[in-house]
Design a protein around this ligand. Structure first.
Ligand code: DC
Length: 220
C-alpha cells in the first residue's frame, strides 16, 4: 500500500491528540505527537535552569536534546522518561516560547519529516499541513471554542491527577493560541487545502467517524 500522511492541526486542546491516536490505531498508521516534542524540549530547558524566554540560551541546548517518541506513548528526553511531567502547568505555560524559536523548530521538524518518510503517519501539531508535511494527502484543521477546549483539558488533567483550575486552563489556552498564531516562523494557521472540522458539539466517536470519512474520500 502507498505510504499516506495525515496532518492534523489546530489550536491547543481541540482534541487533536485524542482523535489522532484513535484514527492511527484504526488505520495501522504511526501516531506522531509533535506537541510532545516541543513540550519535552521545554522541560529540558527548565530542568537545566535556563529561562524559556531566553532564546539564545534555550537554542544552545539543541545538541544535548534527544527526543524519542515510543509507540506506547512514552516520551524519552535525553534518557529521562518525561511522559507525565511534560503535561504539567509549568511546561504548558512555557512551551509556546520554546516553540517560537526558529532553530528549535528546524531541529524538531527535521526529525518529524524523517519519521514520516518511513511509515504511514497521523501527525498532529500546529504547522504540519502548512510546513512540516506540505504534501500530506490529508490535512485537517480541528477547532473548538476556547471554553470547550479548556473544559476538556480540565477533565483530562483531573483524570491524570494534574492539579489545575478551569480558570487557569482557559487563560493558558488563550495565551498559547495567541503566541502560537502570531509567531513569525511557521505560525498556527489552516493550510489552504485543509478541511476545517469544528468539534465543539461533537463526541469523540463522531469526530473519529468524520475524520475517517475525510481520509477515505481523500485517499481513494
Ligand atoms: O499540542 P500541544 O498542546 O501538546 O502543543 C504544545 C505546544 O507546542 C503548543 O503551545 C504549540 C507548540 N507546537 C507547535 O508550535 N508546533 C507543533 N507542530 C506542535 C506544537
Amino acid at each position: 500500500m502507498k505510504r499516506i500522511c495525515v496532518a492534523i492541526d489546530g489550536p491547543a486542546a481541540a482534541g487533536k491528540s485524542t482523535i489522532s491516536k484513535i484514527v492511527a490505531k484504526k488505520l495501522g498508521f504511526t501516531y506522531i505527537d509533535t506537541g510532545a516534542m516541543y513540550r519535552a524540549f521545554t522541560y529540558y530547558v527548565i530542568k537545566k535552569g535556563v529561562d524559556p524566554k531566553d532564546e539564545k540560551a534555550s537554542c544552545a541546548l539543541i545538541p544535548e536534546v534527544n527526543i524519542e517518541l515510543h509507540k506506547d506513548g512514552t516520551v524519552i528526553c535525553s534518557g529521562e522518561d518525561v511522559t507525565k511531567v511534560i503535561r504539567e502547568p509549568l511546561v504548558s505555560g512555557n512551551v509556546s516560547y520554546i516553540a517560537s524559536y526558529k532553530d528549535i523548530r528546524l531541529a524538531l521538524v527535521e526529525q518529524q519529516r524523517a519519521m514520516s518518510k518511513r511509515v504511514s503517519v497521523v501527525m498532529d501539531g500546529r504547522d504540519i499541513g502548512t510546513y512540516v508535511l506540505p504534501h500530506a494527502e490529508v490535512k485537517i484543521f480541528m477547532i473548538a471554542s476556547a471554553e470547550e477546549r479548556a473544559h476538556r483539558r480540565f477533565i483530562e488533567n483531573q483524570e491524570k491527577g494534574i492539579p489545575t483550575t478551569l480558570e487557569d486552563i482557559i487563560a493558558d489556552v488563550k495565551k498559547r493560541d495567541t503566541i502560537d498564531s502570531t509567531r513569525a516562523f511557521a505560525p498556527l494557521k489552516p493550510a489552504d487545502d485543509s478541511i476545517l472540522l469544528d468539534t465543539t458539539k461533537l463526541t469523540i466517536d463522531e469526530v473519529v467517524e468524520e475524520v475517517m470519512k475525510i481520509i477515505k474520500e481523500k485517499t481513494e
